[in-house]
Write a protein that binds this ligand. Structure first.
Ligand code: ZN
Length: 381
């Protein structure tokens, strides 16, 4: 490094001296001008050296579709409305979303994130503890595992050490999992992975909103400030994707593991159970409020299924999660079955009791005479 800096600096100084000599002789450039020119040369040299060199790691495949999941630990949906979150809102505007998604019944961090990243409920993945248990790994296949099996590179960055349970050996190419209360620091580590490795699948957990909730409390000015910090952390990640040239091919999912009230969160409390769910990226419908599907309930397990879909992976059979209908491709008609909340794709799109949505025109059609909605209701995003 020092050797590179020295050689480059010497070359820059020689170039500056030569330029000064030519300019001074031709146009009478002053000593002050020389200082400005010299500083500019040295600074641009330093900035160039500060940028990570393009990685030649075999894991970098810029042609792959990419996925970034950002989980804002403890972000209750209405607090995202109160806080100033310009970056979060910019993702909303170019994506599909609901502020009425649900986390697991337990509504605590590790079991809920395990459901988010495995597509099954805690009863099935068995991770019901919420503390750090080194070496106690989830048995159900994670998103990292299925993505890796499909040939994608994977990375996990988390601001709580207990996430080690999800980083099953051999499934994460890059990981940084520490108890870190600053989302800025967590995002910097994730951005470094993007700069150096451009992982195909990157999961980032930001813990500060939850840490603040357990301190001053949910909905306090301190927590609003933490939410705004988390939004800046999100901006750091997006900047890194743009700098690396992979932003346009990245599907982003923004969500949370639970909300909270007072200084805690847990089961049987609507304020803990509801989470935001936002998806944006190539082929994802813009500005689509998913509550236009009245029978569609988004559960955190659906993040796993929809992430698989975004990567072109068929989700494992018998998971609890479902693929959320957010694709904009022609002919992708969906039907939500009211009794189960399940989504059926394909077919005519008009069923006995279902709601049909023609994706390219975003027209919600009256499906049946028994449908309680007004005649001719149509919704355009
Ligand atoms: Zn918590």
């Amino acid at each position: 490094m020092w050797r590179r800096l020295s050689i480059k600096t010497v070359i820059a100084l020689v170039a500056v001296a030569l330029t000064w000599w030519v300019l001074a002789r031709s146009f009478g450039v002053s000593g002050h001008d020389l200082k400005v020119i010299a500083y500019s040369c040295l600074r641009s040299n330093a900035v160039a050296l500060a940028q990570p060199a393009p990685s030649t790691s075999p894991s970098v495949n810029l042609a792959h579709p990419k996925l970034l999941i950002v989980s804002f630990d403890g972000l209750r949906p209405d607090l995202a409305l109160r806080a100033d979150m310009p970056t979060f809102r910019s993702v909303l505007a170019r994506g599909s979303y609901s502020f009425w998604a649900r986390t697991t019944e337990l509504s605590v961090t590790l079991p809920s994130h395990t459901s988010m990243l495995t597509g099954v409920t805690p009863a099935r993945h068995g991770i019901t503890f919420n503390d750090t248990q080194e070496g106690d790994y989830v048995k159900t296949p994670t998103l990292f595992a299925v993505a890796k099996q499909a040939g994608y590179s994977t990375a996990c960055v988390a601001g709580k050490r207990k996430f080690v349970t999800l980083a099953v050996p051999g499934t994460c190419d890059f990981e940084w999992i520490q108890d870190e209360k600053s989302d800025r620091v967590v995002a910097q580590h994730a951005a470094e992975f993007i700069d150096l490795h451009a992982p195909d699948v990157l999961f980032v957990h930001l813990g500060a909103i939850d840490y603040t909730g357990h301190g001053p409390g949910w909905g306090t000015p301190e927590q609003i400030a933490a939410i705004e910090d988390a939004d800046r952390a999100l901006a750091t990640l997006i900047d890194a994707l743009k700098r690396r040239g992979v932003f346009d091919q990245t599907t982003m999912i923004l969500s949370a593991d639970h909300g909270g009230a007072g200084r805690t969160h847990g089961p049987d409390d609507a304020r803990s159970r509801h989470i935001p769910w936002v998806i944006a990226g190539p082929g994802i419908r813009h500005n689509l409020d998913l509550t236009i599907f009245p029978d569609l309930v988004i559960n955190t397990e659906d993040t796993f299924a929809t992430a698989c879909w975004a990567l072109g992976i068929t989700p494992p059979a018998n998971i609890d999660g479902k693929i959320i209908p957010v694709g904009e491709s022609e002919g992708e008609l969906i039907k939500v079955i009211p009794s189960t909340g399940q989504v059926r794709r394909g077919g005519s799109g008009v069923g006995e009791t279902g709601v049909a949505i023609k994706e390219d025109h975003a027209v919600v059609e009256k499906a049946h005479a028994g449908d309680p909605r007004p005649e001719g209701l149509s919704v355009r995003p």
